[in-house]
Design a protein around this ligand. Sequence first.
Ligand code: BJW
Ligand code: ZN
Length: 249
Amino acid sequence: MVEIPESLADSLRRAGHVMVLTGAGCSAESGVPTFREAQTGLWAQYEPEKLATPGAFQQDPQLVWEWYVWRRALVAQASPNPGHYALAALAALVPKLTLATQNVDGLHQAAGSREVLELHGSISRILCFDCGAPDDGWRDDQGKAPLCAVCGGRLRPDVVWFGENLPRNVLVAAGAAAADCDLFLSVGTSAVVQPAASLPVAAKESGAVVVEINPNPTPLTSLVDYHLEGPSGELLPALVAAMRQGDQG
Ligand code: BJW
Ligand code: ZN
């Protein structure tokens, strides 16, 4: 049984606006590997910084495409875990909840979360690397990177690579929520990739209570009000249960 500090449950009950930022750790218990931990397959051979860049795609589009075909198959088999469901439930328990995710797997939406701010895009969409035209869906073409119907350029996943800007409207909405929220939850992220990593810092500077859920310490840990050490699939349901318990009695 996980212990949630009563002072934290109380802060959650009193919060008018809760913001949540999730990272790959939130989907780890759904079988989607994280980026910066020991991995199998292509993940073990290449660091994300080496594959998730426009330069890597230009240099070896086939390798990068195969990485995404493989990951897309993993994600297609995955289901939301209790952490995703707890966040969907939390939205109904607080006056306002903003959920921003760095994940591209769509598992929050599958769990019932609405209006998710996808900071790094979605692996389920593809568009043209050259002209930006959206394409109507994945055609794995036996693993060969398919070409754009408009200009003949190479199609790529609609995700944000290193050196690329995040979708402007999504980033603006996330920044505004971080400045406005009363309580910020950073869940399952190593808190090293910018600008997402700045969101909890901005929330703290604006006076929010900042909570981190992660089995491991991160560069954010020294700044937070609460570090809940453990897997989000256990700790998020426990947090929501602790909040509800106080409501009932
Ligand atoms: C569990 C768990 C369980 C395990 N429960 N937890 C300022 C300073 C320095 C550099 C920069 C800067 N501003 C911008 C940059 C450059 C760069 C950057 O941040 N570099 C740093 C790495 C140094 N950022 C960018 O380029 C961004 N663009 C940008 O800022 O444009 C403007 C600009 C450009 C250049 C210069 C200046 C300005 C774009 C970043 C795009 C990141 N893209 C990726 C790939 C997305 C597509 C895809 O999925 O393929 O996003 S990389 C990868 O990292 C992915 C993730 O979303 C992201 C974050 O990773 P995350 O989610 O934190 O995962 P992990 O694996 O790192 O951590 C998992 C955590 O879970 C761990 O802590 C575990 O302990 C934990 N965990 N099991 C809970 N059960
Ligand atoms: Zn094109």
